[in-house]
Write a new protein. Structure first.
Length: 290
């Protein structure tokens, strides 16, 4: 499918519905993780407005990693629907089955909000959603499915009137970027073969980033700008002496930052940011031993 959007298409309203459990296995199959800030930026550049909905079973107690992931999603505009995973015991065999399906919730929400969007975007390869997709087509909605062929039902791939996009070719646009990886900063290549500009932030602009790597001199953060982003130790707002930054920063931490400097003189654009969250500064300082 051609990912380039005409001006007319950019006036459309889109609704994204993500089957979190299915997407988890899709990412594992692909071997890379989605950066949800980049994912949202990608769709916001293509549509006039975007509703983003994420459906995921909730394990109890909630782990720190899952809590941090939830904060990242909410920070980037995702609405999250979850329900506890149920343990069902087979009385005959004693086998314990874990059940946490949210397909019904996703379908109901999609139909209830049908007047609020022109384009329905589903992240799932599950054929159980096929009746929903057909119903939306009957209502003259554009329907797009994002998954990967290795894990997608054949019924979805062959269904007429439904655009299927394989995530395998989208790593450059929505994948997490690790420090030092080569990412084009001037443009992102669409499937049409045309270049589409990648916007870099303005000084003073704020965004939320997650931890990619911790170095002695600072923290490398995820960001929606396809850039190398550093939060220096000196910009953390910590007055105590920090002998080992890796000892106080957790990979599950989420940072609200403000852009201090943008450097485009190198092959990979570099962004320097300051921590804008006083509570996080205090939290980091409290982790310093002694």
């Amino acid at each position: 499918m051609n990912s380039y959007k005409t001006e007319e298409e950019k006036k459309k309203q889109a609704a994204i519905f993500i089957d979190g459990a299915n997407l988890f296995f899709t990412q594992r199959h692909l071997g890379w993780q989605i950066d949800f800030s980049r994912l949202m930026s990608y769709f916001l550049s293509a549509y006039a407005s975007v509703q983003a909905n994420y459906y995921v079973p909730a394990s109890e107690p909630v782990s720190e990693e899952n809590a941090a992931f939830t904060r990242v999603l909410k920070a980037h505009g995702f609405s999250i629907t979850s329900k506890p995973v149920k343990k069902i015991v087979n009385k005959g065999t004693g086998e314990v089955i874990m059940k946490g399906n949210l397909d019904v919730e996703l379908v109901v929400d999609a139909l209830c909000a049908v007047d609020d969007y022109d384009t329905f975007i589903l992240f799932s390869g599950d054929s159980d959603f096929l009746p929903l997709l057909r119903a939306l087509k009957e209502k003259n909605k554009e329907v797009i499915v994002y998954s990967t062929q290795g894990l997608s039902a054949r019924e979805l791939l062959s269904e007429p009137g439904i655009a299927f996009i394989d995530l395998a070719g989208f790593r450059e646009r929505i994948g997490q970027v690790r420090p030092g990886e080569s990412v084009r900063t001037s443009a992102v290549m669409g499937s049409s073969g045309e270049d589409h500009p990648v916007r870099l932030p303005d000084i003073g602009e704020m965004f939320t980033g997650t931890v990619l790597k911790v170095a002695p001199y600072g923290i490398f953060l995820s960001n929606p700008y396809h850039a190398k982003c550093l939060l220096p130790l000196s910009f953390l707002g910590i007055t105590k002496y920090v002998s080992d930054l890796t000892a106080i920063v957790r990979m599950t931490d989420v940072f609200d930052v403000v852009v201090f400097q943008v450097n485009t003189s190198r092959d990979i654009a570099e962004i320097t940011v300051k921590l804008a969250d006083r509570k996080m500064s205090e939290d980091l300082a409290s982790r310093i031993s002694g």
